[in-house]
Design a protein around this ligand. Sequence first.
Ligand SMILES: Cc1cc2nc3c(=O)[nH]c(=O)nc-3n(C[C@H](O)[C@H](O)[C@H](O)COP(=O)(O)OP(=O)(O)OC[C@H]3O[C@@H](n4cnc5c(N)ncnc54)[C@H](O)[C@@H]3O)c2cc1C
Length: 399
Amino acid sequence: MFQVPQHIRPIRDKVRRFVDEEVIPHEQELDTGEPGVRPLVRELMAKARAQGLWALGHPKELGGGGLPFLDYAYVNEVIGRTHAAQLVLGTESLQTAIMLHQHASPAWKEKVLRPLVDGDFSVSFAATEPDVAGSDPTGMQTTGVLDGDQWVINGRKWFISLLAHARYVVVWCRTEGDAAPLHKRFSMIIVPKDAPGLKIGRDMDILGLGGVLSGHYELEFDHVRVPAANLIGQRGAGFTMGQDRLGPGRIYHCMRWLGIAQRAFDIMCDRVNRRMIRGKPLAAKGMVQKQVFDSFTEIQQARLMVLDAAAKIDAGSQARVEISAIKEVCPNMAHRVVDRAIQVHGAMGLSQDTPLQRMYRGIRVGRFVDGPDEVHIERAARHILDIYAQGESWDFGLR
Ligand SMILES: Cc1cc2nc3c(=O)[nH]c(=O)nc-3n(C[C@H](O)[C@H](O)[C@H](O)COP(=O)(O)OP(=O)(O)OC[C@H]3O[C@@H](n4cnc5c(N)ncnc54)[C@H](O)[C@@H]3O)c2cc1C
C-alpha cells in the first residue's frame, strides 16, 4: 500500500534517471554559482522540457504536466536527491502558481501564470519581516491602504526567495486594521518588481544555499502604489490563502527531504560494505550497523507518516496535525541520516569527495522554511490536547 503505485513508476523512474544522470554530475558547479552556471541551468531546463519532465505537478491548463497531487508527491521523492533538481525541473514555482490559479483574477492569470509555469520568470512571495513576523504572520507590520483606486504599501520584508528572476512579488500585508478579527486583517497584493518605491536590499547569504539556489532578498516598500485590481482574492482572505498555499506544498518538501535521506542512506550503506578496517568491512562493526539501523527506521517512520498525511490531504482533509508533525520530523530525520553517513566516511565525509557535506549544509534550512520546528510542535500538540479537553481522544486507528 505504501510502495510507489505501478502507474507512477515509469515517470518517477524517468525523473530519477534525469536527476542522477543530468543534474547530479553538475551539482558542484550548480552549488558554487561560478560565472556560466546560469546558461547551464537553462540548458538543463531545456533538456527536462524536451524529455517531458518540466513542471510535472503544475495544472495542465497552465502548461504543466498535470500530475495528480499524490502522484507528484512520489515524484518529489526522487527530485529531492539533489537540491538544484527542484529548479531545473520547474517545481519551485508550484505553490505560488497554484495560489494564483485558485485566487487571481482572469486578467492576472493571463498575465502571470503561463509565463510563470513556462519558467520565463518567477513570482516571489513576501511574508517574513525583520522586525516582528516570521513564525507568527499575525504580527505582520507591512500595510496596504486603499487610497482611491490604488493600494499604497509600506513596510519591510526579508528572506524573499526567487527574487533575482522575478517580475512580480506577492505581498502579504495588513489591509483591514485592528477592528477586523485577527485572521481577517491581511490580504495579498501583487506588485511589479520595478514599481516605484520598491527597493531591493541585501541578498541574504544562507547556509547551504549557494550558487543557483542563492538569492533571498530584503525588500523595502516605501509608499509603493499599485492599482486596486492588484488584490489577489478577497480583502481579508490573505491569511487563509497563505495557509492553503503551504499545506500540500509541505508534503512535497517532506518527500524531497526523504529523497535526500535516501541518497545519504545509499551512500552510507555502500561505503560501509566496501571500507575495510582490520581486514573486515566496516559493516561488520555493531556500532556501524546501529547507524544503518537507526537511519533505516527513521526514514521508514518518516516516510509512512508523510504518505499518511498525503493520503488524508488527497481525501479532502487539511490534516493539520499530520502536516505539522511531518514538517518537524522530516528535516530533522534527514539531518541525522546525513550526519551518520558523514560519520561512517571519516574525514572523507567532510570533503568534496562525496556530496554529503553539501547535503548536510543544505538540509539545515528545512527546519525554518514554512515554519520552524517549534511552531509545528506547538500547533500539533495544542490541537491534540484540545481534542482531549473536549472529552475525546486521538484514536490513531481511526484518525
Ligand atoms: C531558505 C529560506 C527561504 C525563505 N523564503 C522565504 C520567502 O520566499 N518568503 C518569505 O516570506 N519568507 C521566506 N523565508 C522565511 C521563513 O519563512 C522564516 O524564516 C520562518 O517563517 C521563521 O520566521 P523567522 O525567521 O522570522 O523566525 P522567528 O519568527 O523570529 O522565530 C525565531 C525562532 O523562535 C523560535 N520560535 C518561534 N515561534 C515559536 C513558538 N511558538 N514556540 C517556541 N519557539 C518559537 C524558533 O526557534 C524560531 O526559529 C525563507 C527562509 C529561508 C531559510
